[in-house]
Design a protein around this ligand. Sequence first.
Ligand SMILES: O=C(O)CCC(=O)C(=O)O
Length: 267
Amino acid sequence: MPPTKFQSCVELTPDIKRIEYISAEYFLSHKYNLVTKGIPFVVRNFFDIVDRDTLFRFLRTSFEGKNLTVRSHSTIQEYAHKRTYSQIDMIDYIEMLGMDRQEVIPYAANNSLGFENFNSLHLTFPFPDLKNQLEDPKIWIGAAGTSTPLHMDSCDNFCYHLLGSKKWIIFSIRDCEYLYLERNSYGTSANPLSEFSTSRLNIDYPDHETFPLFKHAAAFELTLEAGELLYLPYGWAHSVKNLTTSAMINIWFRLDGYIPLLLRKTK
Ligand SMILES: O=C(O)CCC(=O)C(=O)O
């Protein structure tokens, strides 16, 4: 079962705020002020943009001798319960991305990148003290049209958007009871970071008769561009679509103990 009841003390935000520029140093020294409100925000120009050729060259080298896992699904039910995975070489995948194709190619979603590669791209994680409690940074590379349907993760998230444009539709933690979330069978690992819930709703074509509560949910729409960092707190459900060929790296982490507990799920 997904969590259904939250204290309604998360501030409502009319829009997801874009902070024009803060340096990594500023972020490090003000990190708790920035994240403890429990609302998402975007920082523009947070890191240096790497051009497409340089990024792909870097990825070819970092994945040399390793397979990339790619994911396919055609419906949201398939995403939730029967998605298919296959393995491909990074060089072949990058070649596929460069081809003009009619059909959507599989999505290289959620592949481990390693902190060494994360550091080589001069990316900064604002909570270095948490580093030994983190999962590896993950890289998401996909063609226009690849997507991740509506779901909710059980941890906070920093997303470093490296290339192209990615559209996010985000729902407040206060609205999760309107989203028909169910604990997903992929989230049965002992690691709490991998618990997540998927929605039965197709938010591109919502069926209001079957899912009448959905009309109470307010969607925040956001298109991330290269150089932007998104902070997405625990419990904010999201649906994501790549509008162009895009690449993003994310780190999921837990701030229990830092974020006031009242912003978290009611027991
Ligand atoms: O980029 C995507 O397709 C999905 C990313 C996502 O769901 C996440 O970072 O939690």
